[in-house]
Design a protein around this ligand. Structure first.
Ligand code: CA
Length: 311
């Protein structure tokens, strides 16, 4: 989907600029270094890239929260924060330090919490449970007794089938169905960890600054178009994949028990506080998101939550 979105972005930029600006899209596997997109754009090896900000957590802890935060904002809230609530300004500030201009460019909507071989009935069931769950959320579950493990995607199915690992967090039905996890781990947990993962277009800052104003606007508009396109496509494909998946398997949808979620929430808050103490910029983002979410939650409850209940 990344590749397809990048191609769409390139087509739109070329058409909007009347052919003045043409972008060649390389295949995602070209460098066998999916986590090096930022580095390649920063150095100028590429003028542009499409990637997810949280892949660069190791280089800069502030980048994580531009993609998603556990128990954080929904895609609607995230867009409000980005475009009106100060998100874009913080994105600019953080990425300027990496010689990059970044734009939000696609949200995969609320991700599922993963496939479990056994049901989680209480916090006792978390002890020693091996789960594929990367990033910040992996650190959260690691703090409450689970064992986050890193397994190459090609080996995940076998590891789950053999019980080498107990659970796998992936994306949602559209992506998960191809992996086949539903055939071997029936408990499909709802998500808490990635309530909408935002992707980004990165542009080398010198190259961007040297562009005429109209091309700068065209890039920003094309990124915004890809953003709505990915969100719409992700939602649509998940709807269809879920319909298909549930017909062919005895999947049991579960939400984690309240005591487990409370534990995750506390561990997540503690981890956010720790990251904020280590990085001033991360602190600014975490604080800005928390302040906005505290207000947005009330409105989302009055509108989305209520409407979903009554419809
Ligand atoms: Ca995921």
């Amino acid at each position: 989907m990344l590749h397809h979105a990048a191609a769409r972005f390139a087509r739109n930029v070329e058409a909007m600029s009347g052919g003045r600006f043409s972008i060649t899209v390389d295949a995602p596997g070209r460098h066998k270094a999916p986590l090096e997109v930022l580095g390649m754009v920063r150095s100028g090896a590429y003028e542009m890239g499409h990637s997810a900000s949280y892949y660069y957590k190791g280089k800069d802890p502030a980048t994580t929260f531009f993609t998603t935060t556990p128990f954080g904002m929904t895609p609607t809230e995230m867009n409000a924060w980005y475009y009106y609530g100060g998100g874009l300004e913080l994105l600019e500030k953080v990425y300027a330090r990496h010689n990059v201009v970044a734009f939000p460019a696609g949200n995969t909507h609320i991700q599922m919490g993963g496939w479990f071989r056994k049901e989680i009935k209480s916090v006792q069931d978390l002890k020693g449970l091996k789960i594929r769950m990367p990033g910040h959320a992996g650190e959260v579950v690691g703090r409450v007794g689970m064992k986050p493990v890193s397994v190459p995607p090609g080996e995940l199915y076998t590891a789950l089938e053999r019980g080498t690992i107990d659970a796998v967090e992936w994306v949602g039905p559209a992506n998960d169905i191809k992996m086949g996890f539903h055939k071997i781990a029936p408990f499909y947990y709802t998500g808490w960890h990635e309530p909408g993962a935002e992707l980004h277009v990165f542009v080398n800052k010198q190259k961007f600054d040297a562009l005429p104003d109209d091309l700068k606007v065209i890039i920003a508009v094309a990124a915004k178009e890809v953003s709505i396109d990915i969100l719409s496509e992700s939602f649509y494909r998940n709807v269809l994949a879920w319909e298909e998946m549930k017909q062919h398997s005895d999947i049991v949808i579960r939400t984690l028990p309240d005591d487990v979620l409370e534990l995750f929430k506390q561990a997540n808050d503690d981890l956010l506080d720790e990251v904020a103490r280590k990085s001033q910029l991360a602190k600014e983002i975490i604080t800005s998101q928390r302040e906005f979410l505290n207000k947005a939650k009330n409105w989302t409850t009055i509108t989305d939550a209520d409407y979903l209940r009554l419809r």
